[in-house]
Write a protein that binds this ligand. Structure first.
Ligand SMILES: Cc1cc2nc3c(=O)[nH]c(=O)nc-3n(C[C@H](O)[C@H](O)[C@H](O)COP(=O)(O)OP(=O)(O)OC[C@H]3O[C@@H](n4cnc5c(N)ncnc54)[C@H](O)[C@@H]3O)c2cc1C
Length: 385
């Protein structure tokens, strides 16, 4: 079916991104995989291309777009080519909305111009070694100094995408103890300078997939964070997360859909040229039926993500909507990609074939941004259960 969510501007942007990926990413991607990250300079190239400034207002050096669809195009094109832009989607899809919504004018002037050029890369740190799904259980503390000029940050975070590369990290920390009525009270967002004394990057974690995005442990020992680097109001982090997690989840859903669509394309190409028993794998009825099933699943995912994209641009995507589209697409993409890998036989298990990367990369989409079980809990709650 013809997609109606993207207009001519989005499609022109798609062509630019596709050409950029072919020229700047595909030829060097194996090297990035071996290194475990994309090089620092690549992020400046993304800045030059305008990728980081799409949704940043013009007065801070951006393009001033209000639609999330351009960012969606990037996600789709990366998946189509079987590559990723390292941790850059965290920079734009996850961190930027917090800056746009909660930074003061002074903070925007300081942070947004280098954000746009890629000179200041950002990450967001919620998860801790002892708590992920249950964020209210976090132990990292930020105590206001006696003179009220700065917070003293202590604690540890883990699984932080872009954590090695980041120049500034949005850290969730407890500025007050939870209250008996509200476990979520007392959590605040701080934008922490990674060159601060007491700030340390621990291990760069070795992952099953997503080999080009660095995922790190972070620790904070008496890190001084100026009050002028607090994002939004004290104790409001949970409501801010609630407002921004839907976009993160939509972004993950888009990635899962696009990876499933890419898997079907890779499998179709492969089975048409691979011969067994004197004929192509594509000639078996089983192959046709499997791929037909997969295509139909991808069509359903596409309809769902497109509807969610329109709802998000209209400001109508609820937390439960976002949970639903993430749950559906990530669970179904796993099934589709597994079937497409099977059609490749042994070659599907080899790193040099993009289907194997898709298989490994997509697994985490059912875990990060909230697990499938957490998505089910959100949906069930919205049903009054
Ligand atoms: C590659 C990668 C990148 C990541 N990037 C970031 C990042 O940039 N920033 C960041 O802050 N975090 C990041 N994360 C962390 C991620 O969001 C968490 O891993 C995720 O939220 C799950 O938390 P957990 O790992 O502590 O699992 P746990 O919360 O310990 O969950 C363990 C199991 O218990 C289940 N469970 C939990 N609660 C319930 C419940 N109420 N009912 C039923 N089952 C339940 C879970 O679904 C899961 O199956 C990343 C993780 C990975 C793997």
């Amino acid at each position: 079916m013809r997609r109606t969510v993207f207009n001519e501007d989005h499609e022109a942007f798609r062509e630019t991104i596709r050409a950029f990926i072919e020229a700047e990413v595909v030829p060097v991607y194996d090297r990035w995989m071996e290194a475990g990250s994309a090089p620092r300079d690549f992020y400046r190239k993304l800045g030059e291309l305008g990728v980081f400034g799409i949704e940043v207002p013009e007065e801070y050096g951006g393009a001033g777009e209000t639609s999330f669809k351009f960012t969606a195009v990037i996600t789709e094109e990366c998946s189509r080519a079987g590559v990723s832009f390292g941790g850059s989607s965290v920079h734009t899809a996850l961190c930027l909305p917090y800056l746009l919504a909660y930074a003061t004018e002074e903070q925007k002037q300081r942070w947004l111009p280098p954000f746009v050029t890629g000179d200041m890369m950002m990450a967001i740190a919620m998860t801790e070694p002892g708590t992920g799904s249950d964020l209210a259980g976090m132990k990292t503390t930020a105590k206001l100094s006696a003179d009220g000029t700065h917070y003293v940050l202590n604690g540890a975070k883990t699984f932080i995408t872009g954590g090695v590369l980041a120049d500034r990290v949005i850290v969730c920390a407890r500025t007050a103890a939870p209250t008996p009525e509200d476990r979520r009270a007392g959590i605040t967002l701080l934008v922490v300078d990674t060159t601060s004394e007491g700030y340390a990057v621990g291990r760069k974690l070795d992952k099953l997939g997503l080999k080009t995005s660095d995922t790190a442990e972070l620790s904070f020992t008496d890190v001084k964070v100026p009050v002028t680097d607090r994002l939004g109001e004290e104790g409001k982090a949970f409501s801010y997360l609630g407002q921004n997690l839907p976009q993160e989840r939509l972004s993950i859903a888009l990635g899962a859909y696009a990876q499933a669509a890419a898997a079907v394309r890779f499998a179709k190409e492969y089975v048409q040229q691979r011969e067994v028993f004197g004929k192509t794998v594509a000639s078996f009825q089983n192959t046709k039926f499997v791929l037909a099933d997969c295509q139909s699943e991808v069509d359903a995912m596409e309809a769902f993500v497109d509807r969610a994209l329109d709802a998000h641009d209209a400001g109508e995507l609820t937390g439960a909507d976002a949970a639903s589209v993430k749950l559906f697409t990530t669970e179904r993409a796993a099934v589709v990609i597994d079937k497409c890998l099977q059609l490749h036989g042994g070659y599907g298990y080899m790193q040099e074939y993009p289907i194997s990367r898709l298989y490994a990369d997509t697994r985490v989409s059912r875990i990060y941004g909230g697990t499938s079980e957490v998505m089910r809990s959100i949906i069930a709650k919205s049903m009054g259960l």
